[in-house]
Design a protein around this ligand. Structure first.
Ligand SMILES: Nc1ncnc2c1ncn2[C@@H]1O[C@H](COP(=O)(O)OP(=O)(O)OP(=O)(O)O)[C@@H](O)[C@H]1O
Length: 596
């Protein structure tokens, strides 16, 4: 013969309080939710029925919660209250019924975290002649139920509906009026019923507060400041009837970055689930904070978090589409504001643009990139025949910027976060576009070479300079370039990232295009070593070239070299570090001696 499990109720309550719920305070939420669900059930029979939940407390030991809901018959109290896991909020197939908040049949048990007995008086609204029943459950796992004679019905019971009486053994801090009020505001401020909390002196009315999307724009901004702590750049109303979700996304005015985890507020059936949901919006939409109320999202049994299921995934996508649609609309209707937004959230937008073609288009059209010829959008840069030629780090960019500008070369500073990945994607979008890291050889090629007779004048100097830098394995050359104030240009070999992008693009491209890329990458002759380029237009270089004193040439050449490495933030070897101190102390010595 099959046996029934025996339930150790106090053990179960211990599990609930320690492992399921974040703490005993949730019993207020469970009582509120049951009252609200009962009213929802009664409204199906009588849409005009009163919709009230009342918490009456003596502040320390006794809490009475009444509702004007559907109530319970004698049989229902036996079936539903006395059996753990029984609920009236599921359909015949055991599926949660969409209109109710509860679904697991365990919520009432949470009251045992603050009381030894739960007494429920209830009268069903299903029949005018329904009797008042009284169910008494104890934390030791026993219960009893009876129908009450009129004389036994408590004076403060008004049917139809339910009255639940909790009495704690000692003083219960959670029965304090202010605490109850705060918890109700936290969980149930947006429940569309009248909620009162009263003690001997005070009665306060709570509940039925509007959600932000039901407020005026001014009030929405105030709500955002009060709840999210910022004045929004803009707000996006969210309305997804298919998933029964309404909400609002508030755009952060500044300071957001993709690595940051923003917390969103989620309500299900107007009741708070959590204010710390982090997986509600797609990662890329790191610049919005969202509040939603959904009819269909599924809270876990604790009701303090959500199942990360298909429903949530769909909602995440819908919110993503909402944010995208807002961006597109802003771009079309208020371009100035759109550009302001893009600039405020530049890094994140670039991150997003790497994965998302639509955003990429927006970024390409609107975000200004630093180039050697001033700020330009990628669209402007792409319209030039040369395509996107970039330096991989800001240091590299700085070291060539003045020279490139003087030679009218447009090099993009690709040293900021996500730039390189973005360029690689743009390349994949536009296979014919030239996108690559700037090559040392082309900077060199842009600098005017000297004619043979001129170059002869510098040969001895170049020889001495090569010797001074011999240990550095660099090529020492002379060119004539602007600005004349720059005696030497140091052109380090790039780390090969541009090459990587080209290779990656070539791999992903089809055969014909891959061939084209290969040809392109081979179109500029490779320069194997770092280049040290002296400037024939520089006065100091010319003075050095005419100097017979080789030790001064060595000193000056090493000095320029150290300076070039330092300004480009390149690492210094111990030998170069030694030069840096040696050069400067020697120069100081010499100038002191010249005054003697
Ligand atoms: N105030 C009430 N009025 C009418 N019925 C109630 C009331 N409180 C509880 N019930 C009945 O008791 C059942 C069990 O309630 P309980 O709070 O334990 O679980 P639930 O609300 O069904 O689900 P959950 O565990 O998700 O809260 C409910 O399904 C409901 O039928």
């Amino acid at each position: 013969m099959a046996n029934h499990f025996q339930v150790n109720l106090s053990g179960l309550v211990e599990v609930l309080s320690r492992n399921l719920y974040s703490g005993p305070k949730v019993f207020i939420r469970e009582l509120l939710q049951n009252g609200f669900d009962a009213i929802t059930a009664r409204q199906k029979l009588d849409p005009t029925c009163p919709a009230e939940v009342c918490f009456a407390t003596d502040g320390v030991r006794r809490l009475v919660v009444t509702d004007s809901g559907i109530g319970l018959t004698l049989q229902q109290t036996k079936d539903l209250l006395a059996s753990i896991g029984s609920t009236s909020k599921r359909d015949e197939l055991g599926m949660a019924r969409a209109e109710f908040i509860g679904q697991f049949g365990i919520g009432l048990l949470s009251c045992f975290m603050v009381t030894q007995t739960i007494v429920v008086y209830s009268q069903s609204a299903t029949s005018p002649a329904a009797e008042v029943v009284c169910w008494r459950g104890s934390g030791d796992g026993t219960w009893e139920v009876q129908t009450l004679a009129p004389s036994e019905i408590p004076a403060d019971f008004v049917g139809p509906g339910t009255m639940i009486v909790l009495k704690s053994r000692g003083e219960e801090p959670l029965f304090a009026r202010k605490t109850i009020e705060n918890l109700i505001v936290e969980y149930g401020a947006h429940l569309p019923v009248s909620i009162t909390v009263k003690d001997a002196e005070t009665t306060s009315s709570l509940g039925a507060q509007a959600f932000p999307w039901e407020l005026s724009k001014l009030e929405q901004d105030k709500w955002c400041s009060a709840n999210f702590g910022f004045h929004p750049f803009d707000r996006i109303p969210l309305d997804f009837p298919e998933s029964g979700t309404r909400g609002m996304a508030f755009i952060l005015p500044e300071g957001a970055h993709p690595g940051q985890t923003l917390k969103h507020h989620v309500y299900v059936h107007n009741m708070l689930v959590s204010k710390t949901v982090t997986n509600l919006v797609p990662e890329w939409a790191y610049f919005v904070r969202v509040i939603v109320d959904s009819q269909h999202l599924k809270p876990t049994a604790s009701r303090e978090s959500l199942f990360d299921d298909e429903l949530l995934e769909n909602l995440r996508e819908q919110i993503g589409s909402g944010v995208r649609a807002w961006l597109a609309k802003l771009a079309a209707e208020d371009f100035e504001l759109f550009v302001k937004f893009m600039r405020t959230h530049m890094v994140g937008m670039k991150a997003l643009a790497v994965h998302d073609a639509q955003t990429r288009q927006l970024v390409v059209e609107t975000i200004p990139f630093e180039t050697t010829l001033g700020f330009r959008t990628l669209n402007e840069i792409m319209s030039l025949e040369q395509g996107i030629i970039y330096s991989r780090t800001t240091d590299d960019f700085r070291s060539i910027a003045a020279v490139a500008e003087a030679q009218d070369l447009l090099i993009v500073n690709g040293g900021y976060a996500f730039d390189e990945q973005l360029f690689a994607q743009v390349k994949l979008d536009n296979p014919a576009l030239n996108v690559r890291e700037v090559k040392v050889s082309e900077i060199l090629a842009s600098l005017q070479a000297l004619d043979f007779m001129e170059e002869i004048n510098y040969l001895t100097f170049l020889e001495h300079a090569s010797q001074a830098l011999e240990s550095q394995k660099v090529d020492v050359v002379i060119r004539s370039f602007q600005p004349a104030s720059m005696p030497m240009l140091y052109l380090p070999q790039p780390g090969g990232a541009g090459k990587e992008i080209e290779n990656k693009a070539a791999k992903q491209a089809d055969g014909a295009f891959a061939g084209l890329l290969e040809n392109m990458s081979g179109s500029v002759t490779a320069v194997a070593r770092d280049q040290v380029v002296f400037n024939a237009q520089s006065t100091v270089v010319n003075q050095l070239a005419n100097l017979a004193d080789t030790s001064t040439i060595e000193l000056a050449v090493r000095g320029f070299y150290v300076q070039a490495l330092l300004s480009g933030h390149h690492p210094l070897t111990p030998e170069v570090k030694h030069w840096s101190t040696q050069v400067f102390s020697e120069l100081i010595n010499r100038s002191i001696n010249s005054f003697k």
